[in-house]
Design a protein around this ligand. Structure first.
Ligand code: ADP
Length: 400
């Protein structure tokens, strides 16, 4: 079975075709600048040169048509006709309180995605455009929506409720949702598999540390808590997002600087995190590491604060689960930065008997046990694969 996986942003579209029999990615690509002058599609087939289409793509519909043209192209394509695609899996950011798992798209599902535009204003409209473009380009093919918020729907009220007036939950669905759900779901289940844990009782922490970063705790694959909230702004220190702050800071800065709430929120989302803490050195953790190595004090503090925050969440979530069997690191920083893994596990969680094996930890981007044999908790580096998870959910639903 071939699944087309689509991740639509407001002006971009990422795609992969995954052969579910072999789990191979047979091609992938990126469309940039949809609706903006200079639209470009880059199509990649393993072992071949990239194929680039540069022509106007005013809408997601046109972008999807050109993706269809690229994947069926006589020279650069990987299938001879669109008939060879069995279904399309779409990443959808926000499912609100309605969707606790992935679902085959119908008119009701589309209406519900539309109802969540306020909760995911940048992503949900683009996600829906991607779905509608596929319905037009490939009539009759099943489309499946895979929500980034589904995993977090496993949380109990004590974890998802904010201590604010109840009416805001009832009227506007204000609660913790959590994001990166596809990644947390995939990595936590993979951990249970490779660590040989009991799928019903395993207590797993997943540290998804990338430009956007979040942590989840799950028992038996069900989310107990996760660090992002109503929006992806809450929780860890990220590339440009502040993570947790005292909400009163917003009012204080508004008053001091004559800014609006929206302007300050924009600063917390786009100009904060390690970028803001270093006065704009970079949002990329590699640059922050280099600056710290070169003696920049703010870069050093930003890195320390990032690791400290990760460890604080781990500690809190170990209490939430009353234990932990396995800690996993994933995403750009988690998969590449051995120092962060070592510091989080030993400098802060060492009291639990967590021990890293330095030789095992000297690894990037591959599935590997990195804890020492006498560690009380197994620690893994587990590369995330959100596209594969989307394809797996799609296959399962389409097969029935
Ligand atoms: P996102 O999907 O949220 O954009 P990624 O998971 O791709 O993020 O992670 C990107 C981040 O990973 C970047 O900040 C990058 O600097 C960081 N990263 C990549 N390699 C390393 C490394 N060797 N050491 C530290 N950070 C790294």
């Amino acid at each position: 079975m071939n699944i087309l996986v689509l991740n639509c942003g407001s002006s971009s579209l990422k795609y992969q075709i995954i052969n579910m029999d072999t789990k191979d990615v047979i091609c992938k690509g990126l469309v940039e600048r949809i609706g903006i002058e200079g639209s470009k599609l880059t199509h990649k087939v393993p072992g071949k040169d990239n194929y680039v289409i540069e022509e106007a793509m005013p809408t997601h519909k046109r972008a999807v048509e050109l993706v269809m043209a690229a994947i069926t192209d006589a020279d650069h394509g990987v299938i001879s006709s669109v008939d060879e695609i069995d279904a399309i899996g779409h990443r959808v950011l926000h499912g609100g309180q309605k969707f606790t798992k992935s679902i085959v798209v119908n008119e009701d599902v589309k209406a519900a995605i539309r109802e969540c535009f306020d909760l995911g204003p940048l992503h949900n409209p683009a996600n829906l455009m991607g779905i509608e473009a596929c319905e037009l380009a490939m009539p009759g093919k099943p489309n499946v929506a895979v929500f980034d918020t589904s995993f977090g729907m496993g949380m109990e009220p004590k974890a998802f409720r904010y201590a604010i007036p109840l009416e805001y939950l009832n009227k506007y669905s204000v609660r913790r949702y959590g994001f990166h759900g596809t990644s947390h779901d995939y990595v936590s289940h993979r951990a249970i598999e490779i660590a040989g844990l009991d799928p019903k009782t395993a207590k797993v922490l997943v540290c998804h540390l990338g430009n956007g970063a979040s942590i989840s705790a799950s028992i038996g694959g069900v989310c107990v808590d996760t660090s992002m909230g109503l929006t992806p702004l809450e929780g860890l220190i990220m590339g440009t997002r502040s993570g947790d702050v005292d909400p009163a800071i917003i009012q204080y800065i508004c008053n001091k600087e004559g800014k609006t709430v929206n302007e300050v929120l924009d600063i917390l989302n786009k100009k904060s995190g390690v970028y803001g803490m270093t006065n704009g050195i970079s949002s990329d953790f590699r640059d922050i590491e280099i600056a710290a190595e070169n003696g920049n004090k703010d870069a050093e503090i930003a890195l320390e604060a990032f690791r400290y925050r990760v460890a604080k969440y781990c500690g809190a979530y170990i209490a939430a689960m009353n234990g932990v069997d396995c800690i996993c690191f994933t995403a750009g920083v988690g998969e590449n930065d051995k120092v962060t893994r070592k510091i989080v596990c030993e400098q802060y969680l060492g009291y639990l008997g967590v021990k890293i094996d330095d030789e095992r930890n000297n690894v990037r981007g591959q599935e590997k046990l990195i804890s020492a044999d006498d560690s009380t908790v197994k620690v893994y580096l587990l590369p995330t694969n959100e596209e594969l998870k989307i394809a797996m959910d799609t296959e399962e639903l389409v097969k029935g």
